[in-house]
Write a protein that binds this ligand. Structure first.
Ligand code: KQY
Length: 372
């Protein structure tokens, strides 16, 4: 059972916990649309199985699959992973799933953002998206968690929190005219405070170069601990990512979190630059309902798009020249977790990576300290 609540999480003293806090499990969706995933989505499905299997080493995993794909997904995924029939338009659980919030008594609720496929008819990635917009509600029904329907457009990949009162976002995404065109920056801040239970919002500028979500924060930077942020970094002055990462670095250096701390910044090397090949582009079916995927497109590859599981980090492997350095930096950032790499170029070709296809469910039933 899941009731729809009429107040806001902050008014009810709920907040979004950090991803590095304990989880009850993780949700994913099963990819299938042939106008986004090449070769009938088979290569992507294989990698989704690898990601789900890697996360399942650390915590329970649930995967939603359409009616048409349920039997195949069930067969491909290990038996310990729960598979449920769940309609969707694509498979980005981070963005279409609920953002869970908790309170000091260890109770759990979910925020159901309005989803418009990353921009609706003004630069969005596909049409229609009604099934995606209904995913969060269905997950909350299955989990038996009450729901807040937020009155504005947002995606889980557009926000990161430290669980202690601070949120990290980008102007490019949150202030984009294709999300909430009638809201000012201070109105957006108020919505985020109310629905994430935060008191400090750190605004970065642009997201990763050529990111089709209009600059999701989860491609650019994330909290790895309170007061510590990982940032996708580029040293090549001729690369358009150089100025973006440097601007983010300067803003992070100047920022203070909700507890007044300055931030330690861990630089994760940018892979590549990576581009789609002719063979990869050829495998995607053209359709009037989805953005085309031409060859030689610069891909928004980033090592910050990893998933933090209980006792583990599941990170994308994207480029043999930088994978090892990125993995070593993550091992140092998370000394108590096992870092597991999965080659995720097939997910990157669809426009995101491991963080984008996952959504953690925080552990309930244990008292928590209220953030600042
Ligand atoms: O959370 C993310 N950054 C999602 C990426 C979505 C890509 C849609 N093709």
């Amino acid at each position: 059972m899941s009731h729809t609540l009429t107040r806001t999480p902050a008014a009810d003293r709920f907040w979004m916990p950090a991803e590095f806090e304990p989880h009850a499990g993780c949700w994913m969706l099963w990819p299938e649309r042939p106008d986004n995933w090449r070769d009938g989505a088979l290569p992507a499905q294989r990698v989704f199985v690898e990601v789900a299997t890697a996360i399942a080493r650390f915590e329970p995993v649930s995967v939603g699959a359409s009616g048409a794909q349920f039997a195949f997904a069930r067969q491909q995924l290990p038996p310990g992973i729960r598979v449920v029939e769940l309609s969707h338009d694509d498979c980005w659980m981070r963005d279409v799933g609920p953002t869970f919030v908790v309170n000091a008594r260890g109770e759990r609720r979910g925020v159901d953002w309005v989803f418009n496929a990353w921009g609706g008819l003004d630069g969005g990635l596909y049409f229609p998206w009604a099934n995606d917009d209904a995913v969060a509600r269905k997950v909350l029904e299955i989990e038996g968690v009450d729901r807040y329907r937020a009155p504005f457009v947002n995606e889980g990949g557009a926000i990161h929190v430290d669980g202690q009162g601070t949120a990290l976002v980008t102007e490019q995404c949150l202030l984009n005219r294709n999300r909430n065109p009638n809201c000012s920056q201070s109105e957006i801040e108020t919505w985020l405070q109310r629905y994430l239970g935060v008191s400090r919002i750190i605004w970065l500028g642009e997201g990763v170069f050529n990111d089709e979500t209009d600059g999701h924060i989860d491609e650019l930077a994330c909290f790895v601990a309170p007061g510590v942020v990982a940032l996708s970094w580029c040293d090549n002055r001729r690369d358009p990512q150089f100025a973006i990462s440097h601007d983010a670095y300067v803003r992070l250096c100047r920022a203070r979190d909700a507890r007044g701390r300055s931030l330690k910044i861990i630089k994760l090397p940018q892979p590549g630059p990576l581009f789609s090949t002719a063979a990869e582009a050829r495998g995607v079916q053209a359709s009037e309902n989805a953005r085309p995927r031409p060859e030689r497109t610069r891909l928004a590859g980033s090592y910050t798009n990893f998933y933090i599981a209980n006792g583990g980090i599941v990170m994308p492997l994207l480029d043999p020249r930088t994978d090892r350095l990125a993995a070593n930096r993550l091992k140092r950032a998370f000394p108590d977790r096992k870092v597991v790499g999965v080659s995720t170029r097939e997910i990157l070709l669809g426009g995101g990576n491991i963080h984008c296809i996952t959504q953690q469910v925080p552990l309930a039933g244990r008292p928590r300290k209220r953030p600042a």
